[in-house]
Write a protein that binds this ligand. Structure first.
Ligand code: AHM
Ligand code: MG
Length: 358
């Protein structure tokens, strides 16, 4: 058989690259992979809830039906608890972080930040949803880990990944040595290496943003959208607009085809909508590892110092050239007082794309 490599085999192979590794991170990744297969099974059956019983009701076996995001949260926490390698889970589904208070786990080395089921409002209509996770080494040496262990900058991540439950299910992850993608083969129940060493194209023609909020966007974003919509054959404009409304799916497509995903600040979300610790940081780590850029419009996402568990940020992420262009326009038209203003005109000239902006 011409070389199928499963996620489990790949993780073990990579562990051998680190002669002193004890296998804890490998086991943690494996546990996340297993939980995501269980979540995948339930997501695939989501269309049957009307037959089997709606979320919040009782099904024909007399069991309570859970909302899928609650179910996914429980599955990941259960897998991380029984694995014993993780001392704290910070999840979108819980107000506080969840300490894993078992004799093995409380001295475990790793912290996991996770959005168990992102874009879950899309499940009702069969649109792709995802899981996003980020792994940190704890800072404190022993005993119960604390909030300070969780509030680490994105640059401290030791691994990050996402699972997309789409037309096929894929797990994509990085440990800081490139990005690899695995597709679930349902016939054998294994994630198989299908996208080795993923690279995002340096430039693209797709932009993804909820344009319905246009009136509330910062001027820099409005300028970028105008730029994207002007005709210019050389730079393949006007660009194509694609917005699924599931961050994982939008960013996954852009990773493969090239593109930019933007969720800026808006009147309704003055700090942005998406969460730094378990949505933006992991995606930023993956996209940077694939050769792209992730910014809050003015600064690198991974350099943001977190102060709160559920902190939000704006995000501009994707192909380097596209994000650099959007950043240049943000610096010119929506500079923030605390941020040193870039020499935008020089930056625009370097990018060689000044035309088309009014
Ligand atoms: P969620 O964590 O409540 O699911 O929200 C996150 C989702 C992202 O997946 C998606 O890109 C974005 O919210 C869509 O938001 P909007 O509907 O405002 O465009
Ligand atoms: Mg989310």
């Amino acid at each position: 058989m011409a070389g199928i490599k499963t996620l489990g085999q790949f993780i073990i192979e990579k562990q051998l690259d680190f002669p002193y590794a004890k296998g804890e991170l490998s086991r943690l990744l494996r546990d996340i992979g297993i939980a995501s297969k269980i979540v995948n099974r339930e997501v695939n059956k989501a269309g049957l809830v009307d037959i089997l019983g709606d979320a919040g009701t009782t099904n024909i076996q007399g069991e309570g039906q859970k909302k899928l995001d609650v179910y996914a949260n429980e599955q990941f926490i259960a897998a991380l608890t029984s694995g014993g390698e993780c001392c704290i889970v910070a999840t979108e589904e819980e107000d506080d972080f969840v300490p894993i208070d078992s004799p093995v786990s409380k001295n475990a080395k790793y912290i996991v930040c996770i959005d168990p089921l992102d874009g879950s409002s899309n499940i009702d209509c069969n649109v792709a949803v995802g899981t996003i996770f980020s792994i940190y080494r704890r800072k404190s040496v022993e005993g119960m880990a604390t909030l300070a262990d969780v509030l680490q900058k994105g640059t401290e991540q030791v691994a990050a990944g996402y699972v997309i439950y789409g037309s096929s299910t894929m797990l994509v992850y990085t440990t800081g040595k490139g990005v690899n993608g695995f597709t679930l083969d349902p016939s054998i129940g294994e994630f198989c290496l299908s996208h080795p060493n993923m690279k995002i194209p340096a430039d693209g023609i797709i932009y993804s943003i909820n344009e319905g909020n246009y009136v509330h966007f910062p001027d820099g974003v409005k300028k970028y959208l105008k730029y994207a919509q002007v005709e210019d054959l050389e730079t393949k404009r006007p660009y194509t607009s694609r917005y699924i409304g599931s961050m994982v799916a939008d960013i996954h497509r852009n990773l493969i085809k090239g593109g930019i995903y933007i969720y800026p600040t808006t009147a309704a979300s003055p700090n942005g909508k998406l969460r730094l610790l378990y949505e933006c940081n992991p995606m930023a780590f993956i996209i940077e590892q694939a050769g792209g850029v992730a910014s809050d419009g003015l600064n690198r996402i991974l350099d943001i110092e977190p102060t709160e568990l559920h902190q939000r940020t704006s995000i501009f992420i994707g192909s380097a050239k596209m994000v650099n262009m959007a950043e240049a326009l943000m610096a010119e038209y929506s500079p923030v007082a605390t941020i040193a203003k870039l020499n935008t005109n020089q930056k625009l000239e370097e990018l060689g794309v000044i035309g088309g902006i009014d």
